[in-house]
Design a protein around this ligand. Sequence first.
Ligand SMILES: [Zn+2]
Length: 133
Amino acid sequence: MSSSVAIPAPASSGDHPHQSVAVVRGQRVIVECPAWCTERHAEHDELCLEDVAHVGDQAAVSAPVGVTSREDILAGHISQWTYTGETRPVFAFDATGSGEFSELSKVQARAELDRIAAHVERLRRVVDAMPDA
Ligand SMILES: [Zn+2]
């Protein structure tokens, strides 16, 4: 027999929240997700409510590594560990594809993305300086 328990989310969890089922130690709980959360909470059985994290869709691009390989780089998604007390979401950013994420505010993330966009334009100018094959 399973039961559901409604867990109220903190007020800052989003403008258009939706409810999802999460599982904590085998118990189904209803959590209030921010609008950007696309996590399938019910697919994980967490040890405690603090382990329930809201996660948005991840964006990444692959780039060549070595002669024959490609790796995802510039991977990022929104996340928020609401039940640990995080009051604002962060942009989880893995620039190198190492699996290590930096947690950036929206202002910090935009600044980093602007720097990367400027770098891509510099790289494009380098490539354009190459003679045609
Ligand atoms: Zn969620």
